[in-house]
Design a protein around this ligand. Sequence first.
Ligand SMILES: C[S@@+](CC[C@H](N)C(=O)[O-])C[C@H]1O[C@@H](n2cnc3c(N)ncnc32)[C@H](O)[C@@H]1O
Ligand code: SF4
Ligand code: SF4
Length: 326
Amino acid sequence: MRFINLMKSRFFHSPFRLIHDVTYRCNCKCKICERWKKSLDYKNELTTEEIFEMLNNAKKAGIIMYAAQGGEPLLRKDLPQLLQYAKKLNFVTTVITNGFYLKERFYEILPFIDYLFVSIDSNDELHDEMRGLKGLREKAIEGIRLCKNSKTKITINSVISNLNLDKVEGLVELSEELEIPIIFQPMGVYKGYNENLKPTQPELKKTFSKIIELKKAGYKISNSYYYLQYIVRNKSYACHAPKCFTYVKPNGNIESCCFIIDKVWGNVKEKKFKEIFESKEFKEFYKKMENCNKCSVYAVIETSLAYSLHPRYLFENIFTSNFFKA
Ligand SMILES: C[S@@+](CC[C@H](N)C(=O)[O-])C[C@H]1O[C@@H](n2cnc3c(N)ncnc32)[C@H](O)[C@@H]1O
Ligand code: SF4
Ligand code: SF4
């Protein structure tokens, strides 16, 4: 699926994945993330109908994947309807959640989710401490267990800051125990927020080298070796993410990149994706961004490597069949 989508993006230069912050409301106060501080903006959130319309437009613009995140997406009461609508339009759907409300809501949303990512940053009490919510880790794990016997593919998403550098072994043990894969990525810095939590390059090198060893030992770590080595060596890459992904904020603003760059193309209430993707300004922007290299987000780097048909990356992923996953 990812291969076909990437090739479409490559030839038509048009994003195939819509990443939607359905809300900025959040029940956590994570040290690495400042979105919970924007919770008060909730009055400007798109309505259910406006999101349906956005999905119709996304479909017309050639987008085929819909990822709901936030804030905490499970705080949106209409999440099942949004996902059901996306499935009706044949989108491949993803949800990224902190997992606190999975136990209560899994049965409503699971039938409409292809890929579910649950964020767990440490398999002990540090997780709740880092996220400012008591009982979160236990509830997330309980939620994962309830979701497991379904067609939805579940993955643990772990972000490495300098708070959890020594927690990767515990995390891979958890993935082993739950029999689901895990993804690691280094923390990015949101415009200076908690910059002091960003690991140094030597710290990242040590931790990601450990992750490589654990992957070699057979743990279900979904990152490619190539990505892990990129982090270890702090190498540069050509970023193709703006050609592949488009981001919509809770108020409907359309952005191009991950959380680091503020580039607003308009609002879904008045602008069509197709109009943006076909504009000269968009094409100039994505060309310029090839040299950006500002983030080390898993999806950004792995997609960029695949997009550029990097021979070593293709070789590794074709043989591990990662490349054909969404
Ligand atoms: C912004 S959250 C939204 C979804 C949900 N609230 C959650 O925590 O899973 C999406 C993902 O971004 C990760 N994240 C948060 N802050 C980050 C940062 N500074 N750098 C990289 N990833 C981050 C979270 O751990 C989570 O896996
Ligand atoms: S990482 Fe997720 S759970 Fe934590 S504050 Fe950000 S949006 Fe909320
Ligand atoms: S590296 Fe730069 S262009 Fe690429 S997704 Fe990150 S901020 Fe955007």
